[in-house]
Design a protein around this ligand. Structure first.
Ligand code: ANZ
Length: 805
């Protein structure tokens, strides 16, 4: 016998909607804010990977709700985006139509999976009520001096007609290409908005300390920020009055400097080089422009460079060393100049051996056939000889500082955030460019600055956003003066930087209360920070870093009361094909959740995706596993259909029931959702083995626990058991610790007939195990140490006897 998932699922989805079962409550002291990374509503609809994370948060949210917490469990749409724009450009339609259609499909799919979202809280980042606040936040950034227009060397993608952030560019066969689409990308100077995230570098680092995040994500963020403590050292130039400043983290190796090497684009290069080499040098500089930073730093590639025909003077040794350029030095990191110590740096070693430059070891090492990058005593270094790294660094810095040749400096790899995109379908910048060059902010009361209504989006043909075509929107009068709007729009990251705040402010879909109101502050105080945030690893750096940055700025502005937005984070693994490959539309190996819902039911899909393995693991799909999950649900259904219940407790299931409740609760709290399912299975097996009627509360509570995983079936069973309410709003089962203790027994340990110790074990623990445990007790161990054991006997559940000589 099988249950009919089709009728059951529809019936309960309707019930939940009509009864607003999952409406956010605000009546308890305890709260749980359980958040999913909201989807981009693409034309492809949901993928089986989405429900993996969404089911996990749903299970957690459902337990918290049943435990009497106020639960905020919302969903929304990261709705601006490139695919909608490209569709619009191709078809001549409005991107909003495409997006709205997709949202309807996504919402229906989510509803069919029975997630306990409060759909009153839905937000859509492309709704004017929403981007009004995105624009307001941008204005606050501008007022704080954290947003400015700058001429920057950008990544330009001709095919997409837009600038891309570094993070949106990947390297493919040594070429820069766009992350989306794989189109060619080149470097080009352009005027763009940048957000000064670098001013928050230390805060973004320090804030990681107290977050309950995977270490791998913390590491990724730390490396992205890339804090490096070092020294700036000035080198005079022999042939001119110029100076070169280098940044080094190893000033202690200064006695080993054998040349200075500049980034080819360093502005000093053409000033200091000898005239004889000028042409060659200019060619080299041109050539460098075609290379990416990644390529330039690729250590497997042969190093190239040119001698500039001049010398630098080592401020400590007064030695003259030649000055070179090479593209392994980056111009936009630190000073774009390096004091090269080939004996102790692998890049410098390769360069020096290729060009026959001198190599001088200043750290003790036996093997002089390669660079030594480890720690050892200093040698050939005058006043540093014999010192270790830390002390040597301190001494050199003191000397350099005294002589005014050097000072400490901290560098970051983090760059300011390029915030303009040449797109139509994004948030317009709430600014006005006046003809006199000034920038004015649009009056707050006039926000949002709406995207113009247009029935035909055309490429601008100039590399600008299609907005540039809409002259009546772009050219305006401001206080009687001619002025222009910004035709760039914000990147898609903008809307996702604060959506977790938007849910809190939302009273009905896309209706948000004022973010600066007292009411908003009270709500933020209630709900922040997010207690559990689950999403894909691909957002480990950018989204999470950008959102933390905005949150910290809003914290400084007293808009939000917590310094960090997301307290606990988990990265869900991927669902791979049965062959272990990544599912992708182009390979045609994507499994559509709609089909599984049709054939096996939503409850089965939910249960299966959770039971596959740990949430964090990437695991292959298996139809056999899916069938197995369905079979188990059928088994549960049959059991409850035929079950005989009683109000009398014969005690037979006491231990197993309480043990299952205890473990399930703890496992869900710890987000070990797959092992929690095994507990429910253990319980069902025990119930099947019982011949007598089953104690009613145990079955009722089992159905409550089941409702986290298979909510439709659980509602159905709950009503079959004669209940009229929703099982989802019942209180979570508690366990009775005494019932667990009862099944433990105390074992006495005797040595040569004398009581030595006692210990507690689970009833029925094997004789071998009892003897092993007894011999591990400290004073037993001490007593038998060095003696010969003549006999070891144990009586089940009672005693261990050891005879020694
Ligand atoms: C001398 C030295 C000796 C260095 C030694 C290393 C080892 P992080 O930790 O990444 O900050 N460097 C400085 N500026 C650079 C640039 N613009 N492009 C490429 N390399 C640059 O690394 C700092 C080290 O990277 C600096 O310390 C410098 O080389 C190099 F045994 O100076 B070092």
């Amino acid at each position: 016998m099988q249950f009919s998932h089709k009728s059951i699922e529809k019936k309960w989805q309707k019930f939940w909607e009509e009864n607003q079962t999952f409406k956010t409550t605000n009546s308890n002291e305890k709260k749980a804010y359980v958040l999913d990374m909201f989807p981009y509503p693409s034309g492809a609809g949901l993928h089986v990977g989405h429900p993996k994370g969404y089911t996990a948060t749903d299970i957690f949210a459902r337990m918290k709700r049943m435990q009497g917490y106020d639960v905020l469990h919302p969903i929304g749409w990261d709705a601006f985006g490139l695919p909608a724009e490209q569709y619009a450009l191709k078809t001549g339609n409005d991107p909003r139509e495409f997006t709205d259609k997709n949202i309807i499909i996504f919402r229906n799919q989510l509803k069919k999976l029975g997630f306990s979202y409060d759909y009153n809280k839905e937000v859509n980042t492309s709704h004017p009520n929403y981007y009004k606040i995105t624009q307001w936040i941008f204005q606050q950034l501008y007022k704080k001096g954290l947003a400015e227009v700058k001429e920057v060397n950008v990544n330009w993608c001709e095919e997409l007609g837009t600038v891309l952030a570094n993070e949106e560019v990947i390297l493919s066969n040594g070429k820069m290409v766009s992350d989306i689409g794989g189109f060619d990308v080149i470097k080009k100077p352009m005027k763009q908005w940048v957000l000064k995230i670098t001013q928050y570098a230390d805060r973004l680092l320090d804030g990681l300390e107290n977050l309950n995040w995977p270490n791998s994500v913390k590491e990724l963020q730390k490396n992205w920020i890339g804090k490096s403590e070092g020294v700036l050292i000035k080198f005079k130039i022999k042939e001119s009055n110029e100076e070169i400043e280098v940044f080094t983290t190893r000033p202690d190796t200064i006695f080993g400097v054998s040349y200075i090497v500049l980034a080819p684009e360093n502005e000093k290069v053409l000033k200091i080089c000898s005239n004889n080499f000028q042409n060659e040098i200019e060619n080299y500089i041109q050539n460098t422009k075609t290379k990416t930073d990644v390529e330039r730093q690729d250590d497997s590639k042969e190093k190239t460079g040119l001698y500039l025909g001049c010398h630098a003077i080592n401020p400590i040794t007064n030695e003259e060393v030649p000055i070179w350029i090479s593209d392994y030095v980056l111009n936009d990191y630190a000073t774009g100049a390096v004091m090269a110590v080939p004996a102790h740096d692998e890049r410098d070693w390769k360069f020096a051996t290729k060009y026959n430059l001198s190599i001088k070891f200043v750290l003790e090492t036996k093997d002089k056939s390669k660079a030594f990058v480890g720690e050892s005593e200093h040698i050939n270094s005058d006043f540093l000889n014999g010192l270790d790294r830390k002390n040597a660094i301190k001494l050199v810095i003191d000397k350099l500082e005294k002589e005014n040749n050097g000072k400490k400096q901290i560098n970051y790899k983090l760059r300011d955030w390029l915030f303009s995109r040449q797109r139509f379908y994004g948030e317009p910048f709430p600014v006005i460019f006046l003809d006199n060059g000034d920038i004015a902010l649009i009056d707050e009361k006039d926000l949002p600055l709406m995207l113009p209504k247009t029935d035909y989006i055309k490429p601008s043909g100039t590399g600008e956003s299609p907005l540039a075509n809409i002259k009546e929107w772009v050219n305006i009068k401001y206080n009687g003066l001619n002025a222009k709007r910004e035709t760039n729009t914000m990147p898609q990251w903008a809307g996702s930087c604060w959506y977790y705040l938007a849910y809190i402010l939302t009273t009905s879909p896309n209706n948000l209360i004022d973010i600066t109101s007292e009411e908003a502050m009270q709500l933020f105080k209630k709900w922040l920070p997010v207690d559990l945030y689950i999403g894909g690893q691909e957002h480990a750096v950018l989204h999470l870093l950008y959102a933390r940055f905005w949150h910290q700025v809003l914290f400084d502005l007293n808009v939000v009361p917590t310094p960090e937005p997301f307290q606990k984070l988990i990265n869900q693994g991927m669902i791979l094909t049965d062959k272990g490959e990544k599912m992708s539309k182009s390979k045609g190996n994507v499994i559509n959740p709609d089909e599984i819902i049709e054939s096996h039911g939503a409850d089965t899909l939910r249960l299966y995706e959770v039971f596959m393995g740990p949430l964090e693991a990437s695991l292959p799909w298996s139809f056999k596993g899916l069938d197995g999950s369905r079979k188990w649900l059928d088994r549960v259904y049959r059991l409850i259909e035929d079950i005989k219940l009683t109000d009398e407790n014969n005690g037979n299931l006491d231990f197993i029931y309480n043990d299952v409740v205890k473990k399930t609760t703890q496992m869900i709290e710890d987000c070990k959702f797959n092992t929690a399912v095994s507990q429910l299975m253990v319980f069902i097996n025990a119930v099947y083995k019982e011949n007598s009627a089953i104690y009613k509360p145990y079955i009722f509570n089992f159905v409550k626990m089941l409702s986290l995983y298979a909510p439709h079936l659980a509602e159905e069973l709950w009503s079959m058991l004669g209940n009229k309410t929703s099982v989802c709003l019942e209180s979570w089962p508690v366990f009775d610790e005494t019932k667990l203790l009862l099944s433990n027994v105390v074992i006495a340990v005797q040595i040569n007939g004398k009581l030595k110790s006692t210990f507690e074990v689970e009833k029925g623990t094997s004789i071998e195990e009892l003897i092993k445990l007894a011999k591990n007790i400290l004073n037993v161990k001490e007593t038998i140490h060095g003696k010969t054991i003549i006999k070891e006997i144990a009586v089940l559940d009672k005693i261990v006897n050891i005879v020694i000589k």
